[in-house]
Design a protein around this ligand. Structure first.
Ligand SMILES: Cc1cc2nc3c(=O)[nH]c(=O)nc-3n(C[C@H](O)[C@H](O)[C@H](O)COP(=O)(O)OP(=O)(O)OC[C@H]3O[C@@H](n4cnc5c(N)ncnc54)[C@H](O)[C@@H]3O)c2cc1C
Length: 402
């Protein structure tokens, strides 16, 4: 028999993350949605707790636990750190996705460091909070079009360029910046560099006002003759045109399941709240009866739950594959596409099903509907995930199918 439940071993972690989401995140959720650009100081103590969870090596929530463990993988099929991080993230985002995104030391840059840094860099950057800066004014979905440059000068790289929409760009201790070593060599020349706050030539230009995830800061950054030690380049400095983008793209195999997990968490929050509101209104969802014999709202709710369940399972599958060192780019994109679209559909439909309560600040449903959209945009939009899935299934390259 196939068991599609979360592994029993993860029960304690799920429970801990759930308690934290319910007791720390939910009570301050509305406060920091309204107080955009104010740092949620309540998170500092909680972040220390999460560090403890992550340092156990089994992962908790956020990005810190995603490094693939070669020795563990040799032991055969296992449920490891990637799955745990995804399960923890679902719970935390049930609490509040904007707050999770601004948790110290859990940035997407931390995922990049965990995925591609060497042992020395892992040690040197341990404990820092790192944002990730890929997007530029002229380059979003097509990350191969990056124009920020990195030029080797003695023992340092000199970085120049502008980055926009950087999550935690203002609050993090460092930023993992994608820049090209040589524009003429295409995507293979794009490398990532850790740039610490306070480095001369690195400036936070402004923070953005946003539709959702207002607890999280989103910054515009500028690099002007910004010099970083050459050992801050993550991965290999060699430009291997055969391997192309492999190094930096590996980060996405780890971060896309995480963003999918965020979508799953927000969707579950909206579904639970809507079930409660429907029950108060006398609408009962009956799992033993066909949908077409039930109240229209109950039938709609069943459809949303089916969408939620498929997003959840795809997300778990992509993380499980990463734990077991199976190539998971296809599954990571499928999970991200399904969860990103589902959370937008589910939260909006929940606003509709809940009527006036759903549209006002009386419940968090309207906030979740606003928070959801970004999950279908960052780490690759819906359309880009579909493109990647199509390429993988049809065996086409990025030049053959764009
Ligand atoms: C709140 C927020 C936080 C963010 N955080 C980060 C961060 O931490 N780090 C970072 O680097 N970036 C971040 N981003 C940027 C985000 O990753 C980009 O917005 C995203 O990659 C899309 O790029 P774009 O906005 O330039 O859209 P474009 O690439 O210009 O795309 C516009 C539209 O065209 C579609 N499209 C593009 N190409 C194709 C194609 N080939 N086929 C079909 N449709 C296509 C897209 O899906 C999209 O709908 C963030 C953005 C926001 C809003």
């Amino acid at each position: 028999m196939i068991n599609l439940e979360a592994p029993r071993k993860a029960g304690a972690l799920i429970n801990q993350a759930y308690q934290a989401a319910a007791e720390v995140f939910r009570p301050i959720s509305r406060k920091y949605d309204r107080a955009e650009h104010t740092y949620p100081a309540e998170l500092d103590m909680f972040a220390a707790l999460l560090d403890g969870l992550n340092s156990s090596g089994e992962g908790g929530a956020g990005a810190a636990g995603v490094r693939r463990n070669e020795k563990e993988a040799e032991k055969g099929n296992r449920n490891g750190a990637n799955l745990n991080v995804v399960l923890g993230t679902i719970e935390m985002c049930w609490g509040d996705v904007g707050l999770l995104l601004t948790m110290p030391r859990q940035g997407l840059g931390n995922a990049a460091i965990a995925s591609v840094a060497n042992e020395e860099q892992l040690k040197r950057f341990s404990g820092i909070w790192a944002a990730m800066a890929i997007t530029e004014p002229g380059c979003g979905s097509d990350s191969a079009a990056i124009t920020a440059t990195a030029r080797l000068d003695g023992d340092e790289y000199v970085l120049n360029g502008e980055k926009i929409f950087v999550t935690s760009g203002e609050r993090a201790d460092a930023v993992v910046v994608w820049a090209t070593l040589d524009k003429t060599k295409g995507r293979a020349a794009i490398k990532s560099f850790v740039v610490e706050k306070g480095t001369p030539g690195f400036e936070v230009v402004r923070v953005e006002h946003k539709l959702g995830i207002r607890a999280s800061d989103t910054a515009v950054l500028r690099f002007e003759n910004c010099r970083v030690p050459k050992d801050n380049l993550l991965g290999t400095p060699e430009i291997d045109t055969k391997k192309g983008f492999a190094g930096v793209m590996q980060t996405f195999d780890n971060t896309r399941p995480l963003v999918a997990a965020m979508g799953v968490g927000v969707a579950r929050a909206a579904l639970e709240e809507t079930a409660r509101i429907l029950a108060d209104a006398g609408v009962v969802v009956d799992y033993d009866k066909p949908a077409n014999t039930q109240h229209a709202a109950a039938a709609a709710y069943l459809q949303l739950e089916a969408d939620y369940e498929s997003a959840y399972l795809l997300t778990l599958e992509s993380a499980w594959m990463a734990d077991n060192r199976k190539p998971n780019s296809l599954q990571a994109s499928m999970a991200k596409a399904k969860a990103g679209r589902s959370v937008v559909d589910i939260t909006l439909k929940c606003v509709e099903l809940a009527g006036i309560v759903g549209y006002t600040e009386e419940s968090l449903l309207e906030k979740w509907a606003r928070d959801a959209k970004i999950l279908d945009i960052f780490e690759g939009t819906q359309q880009i995930q579909q493109l990647i899935v199509a390429r993988r299934i049809l065996g086409k390259t990025s030049t053959e199918l764009k």
